[in-house]
Design a protein around this ligand. Structure first.
Ligand code: ZN
Length: 418
C-alpha cells in the first residue's frame, strides 16, 4: 500500500487519487503537494547491497519507486551521462562543473523520468485515459508513454507553444487541444479527471500545487545516478531549471532518502534557476509559501511561471539553497556556451541552469572547489526557433574555393590559411 504524506503538516493519506495537494493545508490556504511516504527501514538492505546493475536506467532504482514495476511502462529512460564541463568550467574558474544531460532521454527531456513512473502507476491502478496540461516537454513525454502503454491521451496546451512541441505531442498520437490561458486548460482537465476518471500526469489547479506525486518520485533516480557517478557522493550544489519545482523537489527528496539509507554522507544545496524568480523573492521576503511575482515573457517558456510552490521553497530552505532569477540575455549566453564550448545543445529553459551559475560566479557566491551539477532538462531541438535569434543566416558557397575562404572569414571569423 502506497501512502501519501504532506511534507508540511505530516498528514498521511491513503486515497490514491489525491492529485491536488494536502486537503488540510489547502484549508489553511497553503497549497502543498503530497509526496509518497518511503519506509526507509524496509529498504535498509540497500545500504549494504546497493542497487542492482540491471535493468539499465531508471528501473534499477525501482526499490525507491511507488510502483510494483514488474511490467513497467518503459522506453529505456534514465542512465543519462554526467558530462564534465571542462572548457566552460575552466573559463568560470569552476574545475568541478558537471552537466547531467537529460536531453538523452527517450523524448529528449527529463520529464520521461516522471512519465515512466506516473504512467506505470496509471496502468497499475486501472486508468483508462491519461491527461496533462503542458507547454511541450511534459506533454510530449506523457503522449509517448501513453502510446507505449496503449492508453488514449488528451493534452491541453496553449496556442503560443512552438510548432515543434505541438508536432511532437500529436505525433505520439495524443489528442491535443489549445486553450487561451493556463487556467482555462486546468479547468477542462479537472472535469475530465473528476467526471470521467482520467489519470493526470501533471497539476491542474490554481494556484499550482505541483505534478503527480507518484511521477515526481521518478526524479529521485536523478539523485541516485548523480551520486553514483560521483562515487556515491552528493555534489555540493545541484542547479535545476524550475517552474513548480517538481524536478528540484524530487531530486532533493531522493538525496535525502540516499542519506537516510547511508548511501551518501551529505546532501547538496539546491539552486532553482527561474525566469521570474518566485522562489528567490519568497526567500528574500521570508515568506512561508511563495507569492505570485510579475512576469513579462521569457524565452524559457517551459519554466516561465509567476508561481512557485511550497515544496520548491522548502527544498531551498532545508538545503540552505537559493533561487536565481535569470534573463533571456543570460540564457542565450549560456546556451551558446554549452553548445559551442562543450557540444551540448539544450533548450533555453535548460541553459538557465548554467546562467544561474554564471550569475553566482559573478557575485562570488560559489566556492571554486565545489562540485556543481547542472541538470540540463531538455534538448535544444525542442525549440530551434529560439536559437535562430543568435545565429547568422547560412551563407551561400559558390564553386570557388578561395571565395569560400573569404566567406568563412567574413561570416564566421575563421582564418584558414594553407
Ligand atoms: Zn498538509
Amino acid at each position: 500500500m502506497v501512502r501519501l504524506e504532506c511534507p508540511r503538516c505530516g498528514a498521511l493519506y491513503e486515497d490514491g487519487r489525491l492529485f491536488t495537494g494536502c486537503p488540510r493545508c489547502r484549508a489553511e490556504h497553503v497549497p502543498v503537494n503530497l509526496a509518497v511516504k518511503v519506509d526507509v527501514a524496509r529498504l535498509a538492505h540497500l545500504a549494504t547491497e546497493g542497487f542492482p546493475a540491471t535493468p539499465r536506467g531508471l528501473w534499477r532504482f525501482r526499490a525507491l519507486l511507488p510502483v510494483a514495476g514488474e511490467r513497467p511502462v518503459t522506453l529505456g529512460e534514465g542512465a543519462t551521462p554526467l558530462i564534465h564541463l571542462e572548457r566552460v568550467g575552466r573559463r568560470l574558474g569552476l574545475p568541478r562543473l558537471y552537466a547531467k544531460d537529460e536531453s538523452q532521454n527517450p523524448t529528449w527531456s527529463y520529464k520521461d523520468r516522471l512519465c515512466a513512473v506516473a504512467v506505470t502507476h496509471a496502468v497499475e491502478t486501472g486508468a483508462r485515459v491519461v491527461t496533462i496540461a503542458s507547454t511541450g516537454n511534459h506533454g510530449a513525454s506523457t503522449a509517448a508513454y501513453a502510446a507505449r502503454a496503449g492508453l488514449p491521451c488528451v493534452i491541453f496546451t496553449l496556442a503560443s507553444v512552438p510548432a515543434t512541441m505541438k508536432t511532437l505531442m500529436q505525433a505520439y498520437g495524443a489528442a491535443v487541444v489549445a486553450c487561451p490561458t493556463p487556467e482555462a486548460r486546468w479547468a477542462l482537465m479537472r472535469q475530465g479527471i473528476e467526471r470521467l476518471g482520467w489519470y493526470p500526469t501533471g497539476g491542474f489547479q490554481a494556484p499550482p500545487v505541483g505534478s503527480n506525486p507518484y511521477g515526481i518520485e521518478g526524479y529521485k533516480t536523478l539523485a541516485c545516478e548523480i551520486a553514483e557517478d560521483l562515487g556515491w557522493r552528493a555534489p555540493d550544489l545541484v542547479v535545476v531549471p524550475s517552474a513548480y519545482s517538481d524536478g528540484l523537489w524530487g531530486i532533493w527528496k531522493g538525496m535525502r532518502e540516499l542519506r537516510a539509507l547511508g548511501l551518501v554522507a551529505d546532501v547538496p544545496r539546491m539552486v532553482a534557476a527561474e525566469p521570474y524568480g518566485p522562489l528567490a523573492a519568497a526567500l528574500e521576503r521570508a515568506l512561508e509559501t511563495p507569492a505570485p511575482v510579475r512576469g513579462e515573457g521569457s524565452i524559457a517558456f517551459s519554466i516561465a511561471t509567476r508561481y512557485g510552490t511550497w515544496q520548491g521553497l522548502a527544498a531551498l530552505r532545508e538545503s540552505r539553497g537559493l533561487g536565481v532569477q535569470v534573463t533571456d540575455e543570460g540564457i542565450f549566453e549560456a546556451q551558446r556556451a554549452l553548445a559551442r564550448e562543450e557540444g551540448v545543445f539544450v533548450e533555453p529553459s535548460s541553459a538557465a541552469a548554467l546562467t544561474a551559475v554564471m550569475q553566482l560566479v559573478a557575485r562570488k557566491a560559489v566556492d571554486p572547489e565545489q562540485t556543481i551539477v547542472l541538470v540540463l532538462t531538455s534538448s535544444g531541438l525542442k525549440d530551434p526557433g529560439a536559437s535562430r535569434a543568435w545565429l547568422p543566416e547560412v551563407p551561400a558557397a559558390g564553386d570557388d574555393f578561395d571565395a569560400l575562404l573569404g566567406v568563412l572569414r567574413e561570416r564566421y571569423g575563421l582564418e584558414l590559411h594553407g
